[in-house]
Design a protein around this ligand. Structure first.
Ligand code: ADP
Ligand code: MG
Length: 336
């Protein structure tokens, strides 16, 4: 090969290399196409919205929603192959080895059952099934039926073996329901993915289980409204200003049915077997960990205002906002 040919070859190679770089760049740009926000239905018909603003792209949303679906597939009572369904099917028969994440959430649920004296109880499964709220076949069960299932609702009959992450429900007919805590765990998992990607400004909303990451803009906090119970969705009764917090509400106004002029909602008092009826319409918890906020919002709601405040004394970093049936608002006033 003579000198000229060598030069020509070098020029051509350089050109091909530049072409390669340009196509790589175009490929990356198309991969990283901006997607400010994504909404999907997951976690048992929950509207889940993640907003990453200019950091949003297909890949990270896919990662987050895949994680949320993975959690649903592990923890839903409505998915027969989930770890929770497997535990329930083996109630009174044998222990079931579960995914480490499932074990962790059950352990935390048991912790909140313990500190709330059973007001929060992850073994409410039989009551949830009996009342059938939001299933289309809701009904007021007979006292006889309630009395029949009440002995099955007892978190003390959950046996946990940490050495092999296995779970045993000691009585036949018992069933776990993580409906009051799993969404919070899913929100924390989404937040972890976002923070690990060094994204410092984001919003996570899993059906009202909210996490705000960072600030809305420099030195400006996020503004998060608390739903005015019984009014149009999105109409707020209070607006909170928050940075890097989770806000979780348990309320009676979304999942309920009406019979003889009375509301029957989905937050059960595990000792009576009836929906908690204590003058509250909602309890909102503001803190750092969404799983804990989810469990606490349900626990405090079921305990009611006075006993709820006593429980909250053990959680000094937590703010709670109570909305009463007469629309009165009270809060622990620890924020600001
Ligand atoms: P939502 O899921 O509507 O946001 P919660 O987080 O308060 O509200 O969870 C309510 C769900 O928790 C119910 O649908 C039921 O599955 C379950 N649950 C109901 N009562 C209790 C209770 N006392 N302890 C634990 N879980 C409960
Ligand atoms: Mg909850």
């Amino acid at each position: 090969m003579n000198h000229t040919n060598k030069n020509e070859l070098a020029v051509r190679n350089r050109f091909l290399f530049q072409l390669f770089l340009v196509s790589c760049f175009l490929f990356l740009v198309s991969c990283a196409q901006q997607e400010p926000s994504r909404t999907e239905i997951a976690l048992g018909n929950t509207l889940c919205t993640i907003t990453l603003f200019k950091h949003g792209n297909e890949n990270i949303y896919n990662e987050i929603f895949n994680k949320i679906r993975e959690i649903e597939n592990l923890m839903s009572v409505n998915i027969p192959s989930s770890d929770i369904s497997r535990i329930n099917a083996a109630a009174g028969i044998e222990s079931v080895q579960v995914h480490a994440e499932v074990f962790k959430v059950i352990e935390r649920a048991v912790y909140f059952a313990n500190v709330s004296d059973g007001a929060f109880d992850p073994t409410v499964g039989p009551l949830v099934a009996l009342w059938g709220i939001n299933t289309g076949s809701e009904n007021i069960p007979s006292q006889h039926k309630i009395d029949e299932v009440l002995p099955l609702v007892n978190w003390r009959n959950i046996e946990l073996d940490e050495s092999n992450t296995s779970v045993f429900l000691t009585q036949r007919g018992m069933s776990l329901d993580l409906g009051a805590i799993a969404k919070g765990y899913a929100a924390d998992s989404a937040a972890k993915i976002i923070r690990d990607a060094n994204i410092t400004r984001a919003l996570i909303d899993l059906g009202g289980n909210i996490i705000v990451i960072g600030e809305r803009s420099a030195n400006v906090p996020w503004r998060v409204g608390i739903q005015k119970p019984g009014h149009k969705r999105g109409e707020s009764i209070v607006t909170l200003q928050l940075t890097d917090k989770t806000i979780v509400t348990s309320g009676v106004y979304e999942r309920y049915f009406k019979e003889n002029g009375k509301h029957y909602h989905h937050l059960f008092e595990p000792f009576s077997g009836y929906p908690a009826d204590n003058g509250l319409l909602s309890v909102t918890i503001v803190m750092d960990v969404s799983m804990d906020a989810d469990a606490l919002s349900t626990a405090v709601f079921v305990l009611g205002y006075e006993r709820g405040l006593v429980l909250l004394e053990s959680f000094p970093e937590v703010e709670a906002i109570f909305i009463f049936e007469n629309m009165e608002i009270r809060s622990t006033n620890r924020l600001n």
